[in-house]
Design a protein around this ligand. Sequence first.
Ligand SMILES: Nc1ncnc2c1ncn2[C@@H]1O[C@H](COP(=O)(O)OP(=O)(O)OP(=O)(O)O)[C@@H](O)[C@H]1O
Ligand SMILES: O=C(CO)[C@H](O)[C@H](O)COP(=O)(O)O
Length: 294
Amino acid sequence: MSERHPIIAITGSSGAGTSTVTRTFQNIFRREGITAAIIEGDSFHRYDRQEMKQRQAEAERQGNKHFSHFGADNNLFGELEALFRSYGESGQGRARKYLHNAEEAAPYQQEPGTFTPWETLPEDTDMLFYEGLHGAVITPEHNIAQHADLRIGVVPVVNLEWIQKLWRDKHQRGYSTEAVTDTILRRMPDYVNVIVPQFAHTHVNFQRVPVVDTSNPFIARDIPSADESMVVIRFANPKGIDFQYLLNMIHDSWMSRANTIVVPGGKMELAMQLIFTPFVWRMQERRKRVLGNG
Ligand SMILES: Nc1ncnc2c1ncn2[C@@H]1O[C@H](COP(=O)(O)OP(=O)(O)OP(=O)(O)O)[C@@H](O)[C@H]1O
Ligand SMILES: O=C(CO)[C@H](O)[C@H](O)COP(=O)(O)O
């Protein structure tokens, strides 16, 4: 945690919608004149696509059917924690990108499935913004969560998460339904043991819930639209949250528990802006105060 160099971490499974939520934050940053260093969690995978495939095949030969991108062995948790720590201390650290497809790879003249070289972050950013799989991970060896000042979980109900993943991986990354299904199955133990526990360490969780039938995600043709979903927003600590203001501002919202507000799917971005803009203001005010005091 750092008043001088704050960190926001958006964490969620593959296909949950963390990249989509990042765009909402980019709008807040642009409007508020904030420069954020944006970190993509996939860049902390341990292996590039080719090496991952080879190691997975080798693991399978040895009887391990659960070799996955979700667990500790195939990600650089130590390096991610080091980045969070050093950013909190000095506003600096090292990061890179993982290039998922030809479009992302083209500007770097690299192959899809490779990493760009490690580079130091730009100077003088106001905050670090992490988006990915592991922003609130705690393992016996690593505590990434402790370094983030604001931790946000993006967690659609699982059928919807799989529909979103299937759609994105098929349409934007060129995978078949069978390949995505295999990946979901292979990742299941790490999903349960590494991804899900994070949502007990987040300050706010956003859970998109469809109101259309998603009982077989593997044959769904489309992602349920905003109008076909509700969003359950749960605050770990409701103290200081002005629920009455949110209820007034977000048409058709309601409280389902003392710490939980439900909003129509189409109002998710508005809800995020109303909830997080004051957080970002407070982070900036604290930062200016400590910088002003030397
Ligand atoms: N609120 C939403 N409403 C409708 N579609 C959504 C919503 N959130 C995400 N999606 C869709 O789901 C798919 C996955 O979303 P996104 O790429 O943001 O996931 P992600 O969590 O960043 O995945 P990964 O970490 O694997 O890159 C995309 O096609 C996106 O358009
Ligand atoms: O979405 C993912 C994790 O969030 C991807 O599965 C991961 O980044 C690796 O992708 P690929 O196997 O397509 O190179």
